[in-house]
Design a binder for this molecule. Structure first.
Ligand code: MTE
Ligand code: MO
Length: 340
């Protein structure tokens, strides 16, 4: 039971955060919190202080700062991988802060299908098979189809974009993703005019993903959704790579979503199904804790999570504590989506 209570929404409880209790709603929350002595708040994160990856705020490293690494690339090679990576950098997206070192990004992951312990995800992915990988495209489209991820990667030239990434747990990183504009992908899917939302569904493979076996109480498989106008925004990226190579398993191989103005859980990994729908779809986190993880979930320092403030965050690459920005600093790009 205590083990259970020590998890944060997306990982183990950190000392600076209250424990998550939503799955354990049958316990009396207040008495449990009191019994655990969790009233106090500690300001630092263990293990994340700048032992490595120190950088000046606002200093943007160049692409050369991450030499090609094989350490976190899975044994499989994306088809055409050699030619596709590294993809041309889109210089419109710099992230504005120092890049996180790859070693940190690849060993601090939320991917509950494998484990809820961020530092262990990369050690639990060995049985996962991201190749071959089919994606089923259905719902309100002119024609339903099942395609290979290589077909998707060929829709438009892959490009590299450096984005800030902000998890609801109050940590952030600056990550170089490779992918294609989601708008191009959506057009290629030919949604019908009635389609107003897009939803993504991840795999259900308990034999390859140990968390799906040991934690059957989650509503597997992971599912997420966006409004179609959000999916069409130029920032939304269908992502196949990171750090100049294909995605390693822990980052969501072989294909995932990145929407950098929203909390991290709105970026589903390893999706197998894309569906266009008329009504706002349910999401994994909404169904797990409806009051805590609403559908839109745009990064917003002014709207606290019911159990903690969202005003600040810690950059996991530098250890620096920063003010969280509305829409994660992407208000100029996406603010008009929410103007009315
Ligand atoms: N399928 C799936 N996608 C997921 C998650 C997950 O548990 N399963 N976690 C989400 C959360 S909470 C975060 S913060 C990001 C983490 O992405 P990263 O490990 O690549 O940094 O993935 C998101 N996508
Ligand atoms: Mo997250």
């Amino acid at each position: 039971m205590f083990e259970f209570l020590q998890r944060t929404p997306h990982g183990r409880r950190r000392p600076d955060m209250p424990p998550v209790l939503e799955e354990a709603a049958y316990f009396d929350r207040r008495s449990v919190v009191k019994a655990l002595g969790l009233g106090s708040i500690v300001a630092t994160l263990p293990g994340c202080r700048p032992t490595f990856g120190q950088a000046e705020p606002g200093h943007v490293e160049s692409l050369d700062s991450y030499p090609p690494s094989d350490e976190f690339v899975p044994a499989w090679k994306p088809a055409g991988g050699k030619e596709r990576y590294p993809a041309k950098r889109n210089s419109a997206y710099t992230g504005g802060r120092a890049l996180v070192p790859e070693k940190i990004a690849a060993t601090y992951n939320n991917f509950y299908e494998f484990t809820t312990t961020k530092s262990l995800v990369h050690k639990r992915v060995a049985a996962f098979e991201p190749r071959p990988w089919k994606v089923r495209i259905g719902g309100l489209v002119e024609e339903e189809k099942t395609v290979d991820i290589d077909d998707i990667a060929a829709i438009a030239p892959l490009e590299e974009r450096i984005y800030r990434f902000r998890c609801v747990e109050r940590w952030s990183m600056v990550i170089p993703w490779t992918g294609l504009p989601m708008a191009e992908f959506v057009k290629w899917c030919k949604p019908k005019p009635e389609a107003k939302f897009i939803r993504f569904v991840t795999f259900n493979r308990p034999d390859q993903a140990p968390g799906q076996k040991t934690e059957p109480w989650w509503p597997w498989p992971y599912y997420e959704g966006l409004r179609l106008d959000e999916a069409m925004n130029p920032l939304a990226l269908v992502t196949t790579g990171v750090f100049g190579h294909g995605l390693p398993a822990q980052h969501g191989a072989p294909i995932r979503v990145i929407v950098p103005w929203k909390y991290g859980y709105k970026s589903p990994k390893s999706f197998e199904v894309v569906e266009f729908v008329k009504e706002q779809p349910h999401t994994f986190w909404e169904d797990s804790a409806p009051r805590e993880y609403p559908f839109l979930s745009n990064v917003d320092p002014g709207t606290p999570h019911p159990r903690w403030s969202q005003a600040r965050e810690q950059d996991i690459g530098t250890g620096e504590e920063l003010k969280t920005l509305p829409y994660n600093g992407y208000e100029a790009e996406v603010g008009q989506l929410y103007a009315s």
